[in-house]
Ligand binder design. Structure first.
Ligand code: HEC
Length: 294
């Protein structure tokens, strides 16, 4: 036990030395650490391979447009007060996605990972909602996010006419660092899929679909998923084993009505985002996942 502690502190000393060496080396080369912070890159993994873009590269593209969001239904964190400069997400993804890629995985720097169906993005070309990657111009930064010092930048996935395709709030990831074409969540994480014993249960299936749209960006299920903002809802213990259904319903609608503390982060889902019937389906899915584990 003691030796573990010493190993850790030795490792820490090494890290400190390396960091100090790095800072010295940067100083001697005349590179400010700031220079790295000024050029955050967006990584895009598409049918054209993996590429990295800086904000100025994206702002210099000919397909860059000014986008003003309108309408009453929107997930825009800035409530239409920001005029965005943005590039079409479809153009970033390349023209010929391989058939087994049916998902656009969008990773944020804070652990939020949205799994967006590729068809939802593709419908933008057929009169559906249009997905844009808004790029923060370092010369004209966006406002800070509510309760934060940082903005939604440097990259923010926004939707024009979201009501046309029923785009949901969790499909507006901000602080984006990486966009990848990927296989479906169920394919990558079979433990998320509806268990065989519930294959004929439409409610469980519906609950699974709600989970993948609304919850998976932050919560894993039995280890499946890429998000890291909140706890895994299936393991070690499934939430239905320590929350009653009434408590879960209340928490999903508004976590502050169940318990509060200063660092609390989850935002509730009102009936316009998840209707009552979908909450019941979600509970059925959570229960099914508990019994599937036994
Ligand atoms: C934006 C991220 C985010 C999304 C989306 C989200 N949650 Fe959460 N959730 C959290 C965080 C973070 C916590 C930990 C408590 C806190 O900070 O609010 C949490 C806590 C919980 C808890 C309590 C778990 C425990 O053991 O205390 C439950 C249950 C839960 N979420 C269910 C859901 C469900 C169901 C959905 C989808 C409808 C969902 N959450 C969507 C971030 C999120």
């Amino acid at each position: 036990m003691y030796s573990d502690v010493f190993d850790v502190s030795d490792a820490m000393k090494k890290i400190v030395k390396i960091a100090a060496g790095f800072a010295l080396c940067c100083a001697s080369l005349g590179i400010g650490i700031q220079a790295f912070a000024d050029a955050p890159a967006l990584v895009v993994k598409s049918s054209d391979g993996e590429r990295s873009f800086t904000a100025s590269e994206l702002l210099g593209r000919p397909d860059n447009k000014r986008v003003n969001l309108t309408g009453t239904v929107s997930g825009d964190i800035y409530r239409h007060e920001v005029e965005y400069r943005a590039v079409p997400v479809l153009a970033l993804l390349g023209n010929h996605p391989e058939a087994h890629f049916d998902t656009v995985e969008v990773q944020a720097t804070d652990g939020f990972v949205s799994e967006i169906p590729l068809t939802l993005v593709q419908r933008g070309a057929k009169n559906g909602a249009i997905a844009w990657l808004a790029v923060e111009d370092p010369a004209h930064p966006w406002p800070a996010l509510p309760k934060e010092t940082a903005s939604a930048g440097p990259f923010y996935l926004i939707w024009q006419f979201p009501e046309r395709s029923g785009v949901s709030r969790e499909q507006w990831p901000y602080k984006v660092a990486r966009i990848s074409l990927a296989e479906s969540p169920d394919h990558r994480w079979p433990q998320l899929a509806v268990p065989a014993a519930f294959a004929g249960d439409a409610g469980v299936k519906r609950g699974h679909d709600v989970f993948v749209v609304q919850c998976i960006a932050c919560h894993k299920m039995n280890g499946g998923g890429a998000g890291n903002v909140g706890p895994d809802l299936g393991q070690p213990m499934n939430v239905t084993q320590y929350f009653k259904d009434a408590g879960l319903r209340a928490l999903i609608r508004d976590p502050h009505k169940v318990r509060t503390w200063p660092e609390q982060r989850m935002i509730g889902f009102g009936p316009s985002v998840i209707p009552d019937a979908d909450i019941e389906a979600l509970l059925k899915y959570l229960h099914a996942m508990a019994s599937a584990k036994q």
